[in-house]
Write a protein that binds this ligand. Structure first.
Ligand SMILES: [Fe+2]
Length: 378
């Protein structure tokens, strides 16, 4: 009998939904992946952007790393490299590294006595009150939530953005739903499963723009702050999690760790999909510092830069375009980090234990822009 072929089934599209990405991959065991499986998975990843593999709770950190790295076999350092060592980085408290597979991190919520060589770890699901300029009142905190921070997984200083990120749900507290509010005057809100990861397509974000804005997006570049996660650590986010408010609270460049000019990144606004050729509007909104326009103009007024970026990105995170994944234990999700932005959502009680494994690898090459060719990292 022929082996059962790996199948890729696009998510069903709900009435009124604008989510045109995502698929479930069946008949595959990530622990025992064949070359034929990977060929199908790679093609599907670049076509569907989010892939969900059910019942993969047995997958080892090693197999998780190997699948993640297979998308970029010459990549060597992990997602943020040593940039996380800075004590002031806003990412520092949220990640714990697995000792025997340091490219894989444990994230989640609550106390875990032992897991994969980690002992007595206290995990903390990020809560918007620690990052947003305004907050949902305490009395409403159980029923309502926000997008914590829309982002690309990337150091944005020195290291190239990872191609893919993998997430494994090891332990998921029993579900309820919350209403995710944008709180930006639009009245927009979205019912989401507790502790969802929300995804929004960069391709949709680009397609929704007017022809003039598409032209702008195709020709402009974004300059990211040096040591962006330290730089932004004094500042606060907009209520929709899509970039920062401008109150002059960023750490002055002179107070950052030493800056190496050649590590500062100026990346295209649009990144080309290596398989489909489509353009994704890919900006990490909270790390943006300046815009470089086609005619050589540099916009470095932070408030103005952020307004422009927000105007370009906001339509793409409207409720009908957001996919909030409903996590079940054993779900292994692989997502195209160069074609999507994503956000943590939700608030857990301290005793609700959630345990996830995350892996990404800083890429060997920068994303291809609308006209540029891929450039190897020195
Ligand atoms: Fe992330």
């Amino acid at each position: 009998m022929a082996p059962i072929q790996t199948t890729v089934t696009p998510f069903p599209v709900a009435e009124g939904s604008g989510v045109n990405f995502g698929a479930v991959v069946s008949n595959v065991d990530i622990e025992q992946l064949t070359d034929a499986d990977f060929k199908i998975i790679r093609q599907a990843l670049f076509e569907q952007q989010v892939l969900v593999f059910k019942n993969q709770g047995h997958v080892s950190p090693k197999a998780q790393f190997e699948l993640t790295q297979r998308f970029d076999p010459t990549a060597s350092s992990y997602g943020h490299g040593k940039t996380l060592d800075a004590k002031r980085s806003i990412l520092h408290p949220d990640l714990k590294t697995i000792p025997h597979q340091p490219q894989v991190q444990v994230i989640g919520n609550g106390f875990v006595a032992e897991y994969e060589g980690l002992h007595n770890i206290q995990l903390r699901h990020p809560h918007h009150r620690t990052f947003h300029a305004t907050t949902i009142p305490e009395a409403d905190d159980l029923a309502y939530t926000r997008f914590y921070r829309w982002h690309i997984d990337a150091a944005l200083y020195g290291l190239a953005p990872p191609v893919v990120t993998s997430l494994l749900a090891v332990k998921v507290p029993s579900g309820r739903t919350q209403v995710c509010r944008y709180d930006d005057g639009s009245g927009d809100e979205l019912v989401v499963p507790l502790g969802t990861t929300a995804f929004a397509s960069g391709y949709t974000m680009y397609d929704l723009l007017s022809p003039a804005d598409q032209e702008f997006a195709r020709t402009a570049k974004v300059e990211y702050a040096p040591h962006p996660y330290v730089w932004m650590s004094g500042a606060k986010s907009r209520s929709d999690g899509l970039g920062m408010v401008s109150e002059g609270k960023e750490i002055p460049l002179a107070d950052l760790p030493p800056i190496e000019a050649d590590k500062v990144q100026i990346l295209p606004v649009c990144w080309r999909n290596p398989v489909t050729g489509r353009l994704a509007l890919q900006i990490h909104p909270s790390a943006v510092r300046a815009l470089h326009l086609a005619d050589g103009t540099v916009i470095d007024d932070l408030a103005e830069v952020r307004e422009i970026v927000h105007r370009l990105q906001r339509p793409g995170i409207a409720p009908r375009f957001v996919y909030p994944h409903d996590w079940e234990e054993g779900d292994f999700v692989l997502f195209h980090n160069r074609g999507l932005i994503h956000s943590v959502v939700g608030a857990f009680a301290p005793e609700e234990v959630r345990l996830f494994r995350q892996c990404n690898v800083a890429a060997s090459h920068f994303p291809e822009g609308p006209e540029t060719v891929e450039t190897a990292v020195a």
